[in-house]
Design a protein around this ligand. Sequence first.
Ligand code: ATP
Ligand code: MG
Length: 366
Amino acid sequence: MADVSLTHIEKRYGAHTVIPRLDLTIPDGEFTVLVGPSGCGKSTTLQMIAGLESISGGRLMIGGVDVTHLPPKDRNISMVFQSYALFPHMNVRDNISFGLKTRHVPTAEADQLVADVSKRLKMEDYLDRLPRELSGGQRQRVALGRALVRRPGVFLMDEPLSNLDAKLRVEARSFLSKMHQELGTTTVYVTHDQSEAMTMGSRIVVMNGGTIQQAAPPMEVYRRPANRFVASFIGSPSMNFIDLDVASPAELVDAKNGIRISVPQHRQTELAKSGLRAVALGLRPEHVKLATDGEASLAATSFRIEVCQFLGSETLLDIARGTCRVIARVGAEETVAQGEDRIFVFDMDHAHFFDPDSGNNIAMNR
Ligand SMILES: Nc1ncnc2c1ncn2[C@@H]1O[C@H](COP(=O)(O)OP(=O)(O)OP(=O)(O)O)[C@@H](O)[C@H]1O
Ligand SMILES: [Mg+2]
């Protein structure tokens, strides 16, 4: 087992800087997920930890050892890639134990390791099969088994589930989480899928443009996003953003679309302190609600329901007032219809105020 620490890590390809400066400490035993849009530098970061890409600047420590310039084999890591090529002519047993043979692990010990790992993976009945005789999910487990038998200090995984169909992916997610609970091996897991990040990580590191936007436990990132990028990347459907003028700390206004929003007393100091004349109001779809009869008479801002998506467990509504467009998530029991004008209320206790210029969440950055 081992902790991983990246200090001022940089990556350049010629004159092109991909990672300007990255600082991240991953404690021993933590399951950390690097998440972000395509091209943000997740794989590059993982490959630098693995030693498959050189590090242009900074220091990398694994288990207290400076490994910045050590080759992959001296880093005490195992890596699982997205394309988990198995040897097609070898059975499951030989595929799993391949790495042990090349390291001259004694046969008895290797057999024991393979037996143990294949039991964990529920693959003990498949050891004599060839890869083509297995399902995609089973092949995935063989690839994981091959990495697991090595008992590394750190697991590095780059989108290892992206080849699986939706159902298998959900199964594999819980399998990997369980495995991590049992073994407690430090894991760095890369994905661009925010729901995978939310469900698997003890901590999520949200990246954009080669920089860390926020590193925190999943619910913290969801409830207290550091900035507008994180707020829009994590959560599905995405958070709504409404551009509003700060008429006073007590009232936000979009005059063009006839929207006036009262700010509850306990949120007014935040706005007043920020000194902002305009804000982007961030509201998750679940915090946009159909008004009850009592509320409807108080706040009379109606929105037109443009699209209803009945998902069974809940209903998503695309609602609009002038050019202001919002997605609301309401209970499946609500009676709603396309084309209706209805009164909606915004749950301001859960709203976020973002600085329109910097994109920062004013509650967290001042
Ligand atoms: N060998 C290279 N030479 C120049 N630029 C590169 C090289 N490898 C990667 N890059 C650039 O580095 C950036 C980060 O790439 P990286 O593969 O780390 O992204 P990623 O976050 O893993 O994206 P994805 O989700 O698409 O896998 C990209 O802009 C990419 O074009
Ligand atoms: Mg990648």
